[in-house]
Design a protein around this ligand. Structure first.
Ligand SMILES: [Zn+2]
Ligand SMILES: [Zn+2]
Length: 446
């Protein structure tokens, strides 16, 4: 018997911050999925709880929502860590080129669209519309606009019946083997991104951008407070959110450019057209509802459609099981399906996992994408559901009623507690027999 291998590290943690951020450790590799809400927080939390960690192989951003993305720019700038690659939503291709080159033009375009929209709805009292309903109204509009612009078929093509396995079962015995993350390939990036690198190097400071964001915010506040026909609270909040989203997307790209990180793009639109996810690192981390593309197609969209979040476009990823570790499904805010009531499961395009998996609670356990649980449980057995972030509305009834051996919360919002480190870790033998160590709290939301 050989004892020459160091103990195999295997863990998944939800970090104790507001919003969502997960750290996956597998053997010698570390992956961070999302960066939570607060600026300058993830780095210090990682230093505190994982003092030996100084390199993250892959940083993933599932989507640009503040509670997932806002913490990432400062993390990527944090010099106490080095980073391998950054995986970003391919749709940022519709935002970044103009936002980096001409932040002022981008922001005035956004504010102008708000005025056009206000005129259109002038006889409606926006104050009557709740923030979430308003977001839903706009999401529908945005969905339609995107589908038209991208020429997405009304029905996503169904996946083939004989799906190729993520890793052939006889190769699952990877042990401590070195996985090729593809990070050593020469930088292969879209030409527009190479232009941005060049542009940013020449320009230096991003003062112009900060000024543009500030003035756009000011215009919204002005419209909110003016005497004649003031802007409704929900619309104002929505637009301010879009400005923050733009700022975060730009911040992430800037930090990645500054540190010469390899960026890989995962496009939801390309997936909607083919129904077949592709790319990532097979056997290690693969997309569920995206196609990795060197140069995602740029669409001609309104500023609203470029920046608006829609949950189904939130990226989901899967880390397939190895001999020693269970599969891990990162759900982001995704309902894990599209079409009417999100009934068409994205998971149908991935082969069933071999054993029970660990899944992050989709959309913080929110009730409005409860169908996600149906998709997950139809696809796989689930040993652990790990929940983070969200408001007092989350988790919803469905999450609370789910029967699953372990439901962990990094924060039970309905008990008003502060976030704690939550997760599972251990060294496992195949077949995976459940986590050996558990941190955090069994969900006590009621
Ligand atoms: Zn979220
Ligand atoms: Zn809870």
């Amino acid at each position: 018997m050989s004892l020459s291998h160091p103990p195999y590290r295997s863990s998944l943690h939800a970090l104790p911050i507001s919003g969502e951020s997960f750290l996956l450790c597998r053997g010698r590799y570390t992956v961070l999925v999302d960066g939570g809400y607060e600026r300058n927080k993830v780095g210090s939390v990682l230093r505190e709880h994982f003092p030996d960690l100084n390199h993250i192989d892959i940083v993933v951003c599932t989507h640009a929502d503040q509670d997932h993305a806002e913490g990432l720019p400062s993390l990527l700038q944090d010099r106490s860590f080095s980073f391998g690659q950054v995986w970003l939503p391919g749709r940022w291709v519709d935002v970044l080129p103009e936002l980096i080159r001409d932040p002022k033009g981008f922001m005035s375009g956004l504010v102008q669209e708000l005025d056009e929209l206000s005129d259109q709805y002038s006889d409606r009292d926006y104050d009557e519309v709740e923030e979430e309903d308003f977001a839903e109204i706009l999401s529908d509009r945005v969905r339609q606009e995107r589908a038209r612009a991208a020429d997405v078929p009304t029905e996503r093509p169904r996946p083939a019946d004989d799906l190729p396995s993520d890793v052939p079962r006889d190769q699952i015995d990877r042990g401590d083997e070195v996985v090729d993350l593809g990070a050593t390939e020469p930088l292969d990036e879209p030409s527009w991104f190479a232009d941005l690198r060049k542009h940013m190097r020449e320009r230096g400071s991003d003062e112009a951008a900060q000024k543009a964001f500030k003035s756009a915010r000011r215009s919204i506040h002005y419209r909110r407070n003016r005497a004649k026909r003031p802007l409704g609270a929900a619309v104002a909040a929505y637009w301010l959110g879009l400005i923050e989203t733009a700022k975060t997307i730009r911040g992430i790209a800037e930090a990645a450019i500054e540190r010469d990180l390899r960026i890989r793009w995962f496009d939801f639109v390309a997936y909607s057209k083919t129904g077949a996810p592709a790319g990532g690192v097979p056997g290690f981390l693969v997309p569920i509802n995206a196609v990795e593309q060197r140069e995602p197609e740029q669409l001609d969209l309104s500023y609203l459609a470029r920046l608006s979040p829609t949950n189904e476009a939130s990226l989901a990823f899967f880390a397939p099981a190895t001999r020693r570790t269970p599969g891990v499904l990162f759900c982001g805010d995704s309902p894990l399906g599209d079409g009417p009531e999100y009934r068409n499961s994205f998971l149908d395009s991935r082969p069933e996992p071999w054993g029970p998996i660990v899944a992050t609670a989709p959309h913080h356990g929110s009730e409005n994408n409860r169908i996600a649980y149906k998709h997950i449980f139809r696809w796989s057995e689930v040993d652990v559901l790990l929940r983070a972030g969200g408001t007092k509305l989350q988790p919803g009834r469905t999450f609370k009623r789910l029967r699953c051996s372990l439901k962990l919360c990094a924060k039970c919002p309905q008990r008003g507690m502060l976030p704690v480190l939550a997760g599972v870790e251990g060294t496992h033998g195949w077949p995976f027999r459940g986590p050996q160590f558990v941190r955090g709290l069994s969900c006590g939301c009621r």
